[in-house]
Design a protein around this ligand. Structure first.
Ligand code: AMP
Length: 413
């Protein structure tokens, strides 16, 4: 029962082939630099096992179609024997960044779904068109296979109106659907499910704060298993401080910069998305480089670390107030899973709220899910690796009916 998961970006495509009996990743491919002079396709087979092998091709990759064709040909490499031919696939799952208000859950892709994804593209102009490229190419190269769209925004569609509306003129919502949507939903939903399972608690009785801290970051308040608030908004810019994105700022900064520096809207938007966050504060956007710079006495890097962890703490406090009772806080993604200093500083001083870290468990380096709270902590504290590909594959399988080709699909919800 093999499922292919596709995450198609503007100049890269990530693919993962999973065997759903046992839920193992058989191979992962990254196609990069599409449209550049020399592109790269690298596939890793049986990652982490003694039989791990990689195949790499460097060649011009004109477009998504060529990139996908190249990756699919490598995945069916006879020597690797993970996929003899495409008929072995039961379905394809696609990550789609923005589902607007139309998509509350994954759905089987047909023409109406493609149109609906196109219709919300203005809300994610960098992401949705690239996701659609991947969908169209996969439908062409893998005809007859059920294709499922899994939306980053879907998990947050349970937010109540008082959490998802902006205090703006009502017509902006009614005419342009300006509201908060939230992102990273697949990741928040996956780690929430894992956390409830690890605590042996029914998910629909579990309240959590999940912190997805990576290059892009967001925090979600989860009540009885459902998202009731999250830090990202209309676009993936609001909330926490990220690698190159500013997170919350005074919205008047736009007007101020236009007036005082003569910047136009496109320049300001690019600056807030690509030149701000950690990079804006200290010139570095990778947390590992920032720690190295702090060690060297770099004051800007120290400020960046203080600002990021202070913002995290502020939102943890806010979401504790929103939820009232918090069973656990979960850290995930690149920084959340690996950075003990960020976790420690983000939770510092919260003992009076029943949050007590165990510094040794926090600094432990073992992989996999682990608990990092002290015995005295009323709210349990966890590090849980995210696995968005597995989450997409599970949802794809669930929709395509026990892996039967074409069966059991649902339409847009
Ligand atoms: P992601 O977007 O989840 O892939 O996370 C990527 C980010 O995680 C990188 O830009 C780093 O800032 C951070 N990261 C990855 N590994 C580590 C590590 N060992 N220690 C601290 N930060 C890390």
């Amino acid at each position: 029962m093999k499922i292919l998961v596709i995450n198609s970006g503007s100049s890269s495509i990530k693919l993962q082939l999973l065997e759903m009996k046992g839920e193992t990743a058989l191979a992962s491919c990254l196609v990069e630099r599409i449209g550049e002079e020399i592109g790269l396709c690298r596939c890793v087979f049986r990652k982490g096992s003694a039989a791990e092998q990689a195949i790499e091709r460097r060649q011009a990759i004109a477009n998504h179609r060529e990139g996908m064709r190249l990756a699919l040909s490598i995945l069916t490499d006879a020597q690797q024997a993970v996929l003899v031919n495409h008929d072995e696939l039961v379905a394809v799952g696609h990550r789609v960044v923005h589902g607007g208000e139309d998509f509350h859950q994954p759905c089987l892709i047909d023409d109406a779904v493609i149109q609906a994804i196109e219709a919300v593209a203005p809300l994610a102009p960098l992401h949705n068109p690239a996701n659609l490229d991947g969908i169209r190419v996969a439908m062409e190269l893998l005809p007859g296979l059920p294709q499922v769209a899994v939306f980053d925004t879907a998990f947050h569609q349970t937010m109540p109106p008082h959490a998802y509306h902006y205090a703006l003129p009502r017509r902006l919502y009614l005419e342009n659907r300006v509201r908060r949507y939230g992102f990273h939903g697949t990741s928040h939903q996956y780690v929430a499910g894992e956390c409830a399972r690890l605590m042996a608690k029914p998910l629909d009785e579990t309240n959590l704060i999940t912190a997805h801290l990576g290059n892009g970051s967001s925090m979600t308040a989860i009540e009885k298993g459902k998202s009731i608030d999250t830090t990202l908004g209309l676009t993936p810019l609001e909330g926490l401080i990220m690698g190159t994105r500013c997170g919350d700022i005074d919205p008047s900064i736009h007007a101020f910069l236009a007036r005082v520096r003569g910047m136009d809207i496109a320049e300001i938007d690019a600056m807030l998305n690509k030149e701000s966050g950690l990079k804006g504060i200290c010139g570095l956007n990778d947390m590992r480089d920032i720690h190295a710079a702090v060690e060297q006495g770099d004051a800007d890097a120290a400020l960046a670390l203080d600002m990021l962890t202070y913002r995290n703490r502020r939102y943890i406090g806010a979401y504790m107030a929103v939820l009232g009772r918090v069973d656990a806080i979960v850290f995930t993604a690149g920084i959340g899973e690996n950075d003990a200093v960020v976790r420690e500083k983000s939770l510092a001083g919260l003992e009076n709220f029943g949050i007590v870290l165990d510094p040794e468990k926090n600094r432990g380096r073992q992989s996999g899910a682990r608990e990092i709270g002290a015995a005295a902590s009323k709210t349990r504290l966890w590090v849980i690796p995210t696995n968005e590909e597995l989450a997409i594959a599970r949802q794809t399988l669930a929709l395509t009916g026990d892996g039967e080709k074409g069966g059991g699909g649902k339409s847009v919800d």
